[in-house]
Design a protein. Structure first.
Length: 137
């Protein structure tokens, strides 16, 4: 089996070859996700399992809010079981619990985003805000 290309070059474009991401691991660093987003890969989903007030205050750009209580039900309704899913929560333990629930529900490609939104922000990557209301945090 040929190894995936890791570098983008004009020669790769000439031959119709594009770089491929590394296989999804059970845990990912924010840099791993950022690299995939920079490649413009549409076949991934980022799930924020924190409460909606936290999500609205600040979340990773492109993430969707699915609180823990609704996780499996909403995921089954809206996601394909072989889709790459990155999940983060308030703490890594919450994200790990969410990832395990998704795996038990039949989702094959689930990765815990270590450090979540805090690590994303610390790395200097953009966060989105839907509204800023400190009283709801």
């Amino acid at each position: 089996m040929p190894r995936p290309l890791r570098q983008f070059s004009p020669m790769n474009l000439f031959f119709g070859l594009l770089p491929q991401p590394a296989p999804l691991r059970p845990e990912s660093r924010v840099y791993d996700l950022k690299t995939r987003l920079d490649w413009g890969e549409p076949a991934l989903t980022i799930i924020d399992v924190r409460n909606r007030a936290r999500f609205n205050a600040q979340h990773i750009r492109g993430a969707i809010s699915i609180p823990m209580a609704e996780l499996v039900t909403q995921a089954r309704q809206s996601l394909e079981s072989d889709r790459d899913i990155y999940v983060y929560g308030e703490v890594d333990e919450e994200a790990s619990h969410a990832a395990e629930q998704l795996r038990r529900a039949g989702f094959k490609q689930v990765s815990v985003l270590r450090g979540g939104a805090a690590a994303w922000k610390a790395a200097g990557f953009p966060l989105e805000t839907l509204h800023q209301n400190p009283a709801t945090l």
